[in-house]
Design a protein. Structure first.
Length: 617
């Protein structure tokens, strides 16, 4: 205030005041009429002239009333979904059906699962998808702030499966600004949990449920549990008693989070999202039993040499298998144990003789698929996850790498062939190389691998790792030819290249003669072209020139080479091309394996051009 009160003070009084340009109407207290006074909007930092400062579809007044929103920040909050009502009922089908291994031929469904839910978002709901155990049962694009829907799912088999392993229904929701999230809509525990209400020990119920989940929901095991529950439990319990307690504890301690999530969803004493409360004895007992049952199935399958429950239809058969597994426990115990941080024997891999199922951190992979690879729907995500389930090397990849691989395979022109390609790779490093390639390159590699012998200049002897080797060092989109040496298994390839190397160089200099050397002799293949006013002999076609390059590398004599080059020589006239008029040709390969050049050296049909002397013999 001194500068204002003292006329001799030279300080600028303006420095003591804050100025702000406001476009509000000075004649009203609420210019935008949104219920927020202009003065309040000035304090908030919002624009008093508009009802929606950020233009995100959420009015400033509404954003101010929501804990998840800020009227000065463009919304990043995804829609919210909530279940209003869930109904489940069954009806007898129009045919007699014993719950065996084959689906009956009936006119109508047996089980009905009905969901009534609401999806809300102040900016507008653009998309939703409800998924029950991997099956999409409802989806839509309402483009409304409040959407109410009822969806009914019909199934013959799902009712029995739900009773034995519970169920999880999720919903993916996304707003008009592409803010999305997946959340649990409804979780149902298995009937094992309900047994505890009738005095069945919580730990025993958990053991049965965990063993059932470990069986991967095989229909034959489901049938066995339904028809012979007591005998099945007795056989399982007898095996569990033989498993070393220390080994059991070690395997349980190394359970992946995805398996622990399954247990929480099935546990009747939790809400499915959190572990047991401290002091909740029954919840803890059920969880302990569940884990014991799960790892017991894993250990039994390892000891038996295959999935212990696969193909079994009688309790006596299961008892016999478990007895066999019991005798084999000592042999596999070292493999099951985990030491020094290695992954050997981890339950995360569930290694069994029929291929098993590696650990996939589904929530993390799902997040990467959505955020990094553009998967927008739950159905698309589930389809991508299916492509890497039980796939070789997946357990050695990070969740982001698993997502990248799932994206590559699911977007492949032939996902089954793409899976086979990855399964044939011996080194996880090759899988990572594959992840660095674009989709077009992956599709081409998969096609070559899946169709040996279908491409004229792609060696049918090539393995998946050979194709990855070429992609690591070369340019697959430009590759014309790939061949493996018959004596050394070295892989060589021919790319489109430039005027200095590759197929472009070979055709321009040694086939058409359009780029003859200015300082050296140029020899030309006898393809009938007109070069420097002379018609060349016509004993080969252009594709046959590539045949000669292929055969020179495959079967020709290795002739060393200068520097880092490798050279191969072939005698076509006596090695498969008697009418070619070429008695000797040479292929030069660079250090990385790509062909630099190829040309004929000798023969009655070989013509040569010298820049100073013209045509020479």
């Amino acid at each position: 205030m001194t500068a204002v009160l003292d006329p001799d003070d030279d300080a600028d009084p303006a420095q003591l005041f804050e100025t702000r340009t406001v476009g509000a109407n000075p004649l009203v207290t609420d210019t935008s009429g949104d219920g927020l006074s202009d003065e309040a909007e000035r304090e908030l930092g919002t624009d008093p002239r508009t009802t929606d400062t950020t233009d995100d579809g959420i009015a400033d007044a509404d954003a101010l009333s929501l804990d998840s929103e800020d009227p000065t920040v463009f919304t990043t909050t995804p829609p919210d979904a909530r279940l209003v009502d869930y109904q489940q009922w069954s009806e007898l089908p129009s045919a007699t059906w014993d719950p065996g291994l084959e689906f009956p031929d009936v006119d109508g469904p047996k089980w009905y699962f009905q969901y009534t839910f609401v999806v809300e978002d102040e900016a507008g709901v653009a998309e939703y998808e409800v998924v029950r155990e991997g099956t999409t049962i409802a989806s839509g694009h309402p483009y409304d702030t409040h959407h109410f829907d009822t969806a009914t799912y019909e199934s013959l088999w799902e009712g029995s499966m739900t009773a034995l392993r519970g169920s999880e229904s999720t919903i993916y929701v996304e707003d008009v600004h592409e803010n999305g999230q997946q959340q649990l809509l409804y979780a149902q525990t298995s009937f094992y949990g309900e047994l505890t209400a009738y005095g069945f020990p919580a730990q025993d119920a958990g053991q049965l449920s965990g063993f059932t989940h470990g069986a991967s929901e095989l229909p034959e095991f489901v049938h066995l549990v339904v028809t012979e529950p007591v005998e099945t439990y007795e056989a399982f319990e007898a095996f569990l008693e033989e498993v070393d307690d220390e080994l059991l504890a070690e395997l349980i301690a190394n359970m992946p989070e995805s398996v622990r999530e399954q247990q929480r969803l099935d546990n009747p004493y939790t809400d499915g999202s959190e572990p047991c409360d401290a002091g909740d004895t029954r919840c803890a007992e059920y969880a302990q039993g569940w884990y014991e049952g799960y790892v017991a199935h894993f250990a039994a399958s390892m000891a038996y040499g295959g999935t212990i429950t696969k193909g079994v239809s009688e309790s006596t058969g299961l008892a016999n298998r478990l007895e066999t597994a019991r005798h084999g426990l000592d042999d596999v115990t070292p493999t099951l144990r985990i030491s020094d941080g290695t992954k050997t024997g981890q339950v995360t891999h569930r290694l069994v003789a029929d291929g098993g199922s590696p650990d996939i951190d589904a929530p993390a992979v799902t997040r990467h698929l959505r955020e990094d690879h553009g998967f927008e729907t739950a159905g698309g995500v589930n389809g991508a996850l299916d492509t890497i389930t039980e796939l070789r090397h997946v357990g050695d990849l990070t969740s982001s790498e698993q997502a990248a691989l799932a994206a590559r395979l699911s977007k492949s022109s032939d996902p089954s062939a793409a899976r086979a390609f990855v399964d044939d790779l011996d080194d996880v490093g090759d899988v990572r190389v594959l992840l660095d390639q674009d989709q077009t390159t992956v599709n081409r590699l998969v096609d070559w691998h899946a169709n040996p012998g279908s491409y004229r200049h792609i060696d049918p002897d090539l393995e998946a790792s050979d194709f990855v080797h070429v992609s690591r060092h070369g340019e697959i989109p430009e590759t014309q030819l790939i061949v493996k040496r018959s004596d050394t298994d070295q892989v060589r390839w021919l790319e489109e290249g430039t005027l200095d190397e590759g197929w472009t160089h070979i055709t321009n200099r040694h086939v058409t003669g359009s780029q003859l050397s200015d300082d050296d002799i140029t020899s030309l293949f006898p393809t009938g072209k007109s070069v420097q006013g002379r018609e060349l002999p016509d004993t080969l076609t252009t594709p046959e020139v590539q045949d000669l390059v292929y055969d020179s590398i495959k079967y020709g004599k290795h002739s060393g080479g200068s520097g880092n080059r490798r050279e191969y020589m072939l005698q076509p006239a006596t090695e498969g091309y008697p009418e070619s008029g070429i008695s000797q040709m040479r292929v030069v390969v660079k250090e990385d394996g790509a062909v630099k050049t190829a040309f004929p050296e000798k023969g009655s049909a070989v013509t040569k051009w010298h820049p100073d002397h013209g045509w020479i013999q």
